[in-house]
Design a protein around this ligand. Structure first.
Ligand SMILES: Nc1ncnc2c1ncn2[C@@H]1O[C@H](COP(=O)(O)OP(=O)(O)OP(=O)(O)O)[C@@H](O)[C@H]1O
Ligand SMILES: [Mg+2]
Length: 373
């Protein structure tokens, strides 16, 4: 056989046994949430105390994990494992609020910020907030002594690097000239009011509405004094992401463009001196031997309309997808030194512990149908 379906799960298993953090990243829809859940379950089976931070899982998966209601704290899931498994669904705004509470000088300051409309808008919507809050949650959980392993799912962004760059982006946002101008040298609301009187802001206010400007200025004024704490925190999160005990696992599909994105992402990670510890190629069409000389020409008129014809046509299409997948995998193998683990396209939905277990068996090399090279 030209291309094998062997999954060198060994290195991934090693990561799950020893890492303190596993980050599942990759482009949209490739299976990040599913594999993050399967990894945490495996760690629990290995006797570790694992927690998985999921981001918008499908409702049935959230139900299966017992986290259907939005909760920002880990929920323990009982199951047949010797370790512990907890899961939580990231609540971006709730995490941001908790961060504000931590760094506010007084409870009044925290309240003022949280009640501000500009803050309420950016807390959920500022580009990169979800990514940053995911890293923030990761930091919070990894510094608690309740867990041995934190598995993080990442948001479905077009650019998988957002996750890595988010802490720095917030620090840069707080360094922004506008922020500096509003908050220094005189501090607080007096300065903000003066600033609002400037002609530039008056014309902006005509477009976006005076209230928006007032809300934004109120936010910056209320935030005054907290930026150092936030920046320090962002640096700690960055340090955690580049720690040796943190393992980046890249999830990809066997399609050409996803593989190219995976290669690009791996290169960018190396700019941060982070190496991809494993690449999971998910939903690989299963390989089956098809006799090349078999007569698959079903186009002759006397054969059309037969159920068998549809079946054979399907088989031909599957075989060709399987061949394509293996070609892309081969290219990926040439391009990366990271171990590649394959998960086949499973013929069922993955939304409960049983189907997650089935996926996990492929991921961790326990499935019986692995083909040796
Ligand atoms: N190996 C597989 N076989 C069959 N279905 C799969 C497989 N892996 C994942 N799925 C299904 O594909 C869908 C997408 O998976 P998942 O939600 O984990 O992707 P994601 O990368 O987290 O997506 P998003 O970027 O939107 O967050 C889910 O319905 C999941 O059940
Ligand atoms: Mg997801």
């Amino acid at each position: 056989m030209e291309y094998s379906t062997v999954s060198p799960s060994g290195d991934l298993n090693e990561q799950i046994r020893t890492a303190a953090v596993v980050v599942c990243c990759g482009s949209g829809g490739v299976g990040k949430t599913t594999t993050a859940a399967a990894i945490a379950i495996e760690a629990a089976h290995l006797g570790r105390r694992a927690v998985v931070v999921t981001i918008d899982p499908a409702k049935r998966l959230a139900d299966a994990l017992g986290i259907a209601g939005l909760s920002n704290t880990p929920t323990r899931i009982t199951g047949p494992w010797s370790g512990e498994l907890s899961a939580l669904m990231l609540d971006t705004e709730g995490t941001f609020d908790a961060l504000v509470t931590t760094y506010a000088g007084t409870p009044e300051q925290a309240e003022k910020i949280m009640g501000n409309r500009f803050y309420r808008n950016i807390a959920g919507a500022l580009s990169g907030t979800q990514e940053y809050m995911a890293t923030e949650k990761l930091y919070e959980l990894s510094t608690s002594d309740e867990f041995d392993l934190v598995v993080v799912d990442t948001p479905p962004t077009r650019n998988a690097l957002d996750f890595l760059e988010a802490p720095g982006r917030l620090a840069r946002f707080l360094d922004h000239r506008l922020f500096r101008v509003v908050t220094a040298p005189t501090r607080g609301i007096v300065r903000a009011v003066n600033f609002a009187a400037q002609p530039f802001l008056r014309s902006v206010a005509k477009v976006v509405g005076g209230e928006v400007i007032a809300d934004a200025l109120g936010f910056f004024a209320a935030f005054d004094g907290m930026e150092e704490g936030f920046k320090q925190r962002a640096r700690l999160v960055e340090t955690l992401l580049s720690d040796d005990q943190t393992s980046f696992v890249l999830v990809a599909s066997p399609q050409k463009e996803t593989i190219l994105e995976a290669q690009f992402f791996a290169e960018r990670l190396s700019d941060y001196a982070i190496e991809v510890r494993a690449v999971i190629v998910n939903r690989v069409h299963p390989w089956f031997e098809l006799d090349e000389s078999a007569d698959l020409d079903v186009t002759s008129p006397e054969r059309s309309g037969l159920a068998l014809v549809d079946y054979v046509t399907n088989l031909g299409q599957l075989a060709s997808s399987a061949r394509e997948d293996r070609r892309h995998l081969h290219e990926l193998r040439e391009a990366t030194e990271a171990p590649i683990v394959e998960i086949p396209y499973l013929p069922f939905e993955i939304h409960d512990l049983t189907s997650l277990k089935a996926l996990g068996e492929h991921l961790f090399g326990k499935a019986g149908d692995q083909v040796e090279e």
